[in-house]
Design a protein around this ligand. Structure first.
Ligand code: NAP
Length: 199
């Protein structure tokens, strides 16, 4: 079975979104800077022409999307991005943790599964779909549950040199210390990509 990788852009003070996130401002107040590394170059990803990347950032993104066999996130992220219009970048099957599956949502090429029986079940189903590829995890609540349950193998942080001050913290309310081992660093203008193994 493949690995479970938490993969998110984060401010230096630990936020993955600002306050008052919504469909109008998906990353909250002042939060758009967190994804600026995806749009500050002139090269496109092989997976999507949406992103405009520097060469280093394109390699990081393409490597991540190449390795992904399934995605897992929470209902807040799903709603805020409008379910990616049914076609998330990467195109692998998506699993959404929710208490209330939507009766209706925009369907595209990508299969969506709404999981109501907890993080363990969500990871099990996503791993089965991913085969020997990676389950990419995003959403702060979803990532925290994954870490708390000991289900995450790696954490990939795209660290943005900004102090957001307020918003949604990635590492909130973890029940105990979690030891990490740094595997790789890639630096580029306006972002440092940090790749950790969860011990
Ligand atoms: N910086 C980045 O790279 C990045 C990447 C992705 C997302 N984001 C941002 O992250 C924010 C969303 O993160 P978040 O932590 O607020 O929310 P989230 O993890 O996306 O979703 C949380 C929601 O999922 C459902 N849920 C979570 N755990 C569940 C469980 N065990 N069983 C059933 N349902 C469960 C609940 O919704 P219901 O009770 O309503 O079903 C919960 O409110 C957004 O601002 C988004 O734009 C940032």
């Amino acid at each position: 079975m493949g690995k479970v990788v938490i993969d998110m852009s984060m401010s230096l003070d630990g936020f993955i979104a600002g306050l008052h996130d919504s469909q109008e401002q998906p990353l909250g107040e002042n939060g758009a800077v967190l994804h600026s590394w995806l749009f500050n170059g002139d090269m496109v990803s092989k997976h999507s022409t949406f992103f405009k990347l520097t060469s280093e950032n394109r390699d990081v993104l393409d490597c991540s999307l190449d390795s992904e066999g399934a995605g897992l996130t929470g209902r807040r992220t799903f709603d805020i991005v409008g379910g990616w219009g049914g076609s998330p970048p990467g195109g692998s099957p998506m699993f959404i943790l929710t208490h209330y599956p939507p009766e209706d949502f925009m369907e595209g090429d990508t299969p969506f599964t709404f999981v109501t029986d907890g993080i363990e079940s969500a990871i099990k189903q996503a791993k089965a779909a991913a085969g020997n590829k990676v389950v990419g995890v995003s959403g702060a609540s979803t990532a925290q549950q994954c870490l708390a349950a000991g289900l995450a193998d790696e954490i990939h942080i795209h660290l943005i040199p900004v102090l957001l001050g307020k918003g949604i913290r990635l590492f909130e309310s973890l029940p105990e210390q979690i030891q990490l081992e740094l595997m790789r660093i890639v630096t580029d203008m306006d972002v440092t990509h940090l790749f950790y193994h969860v011990k």
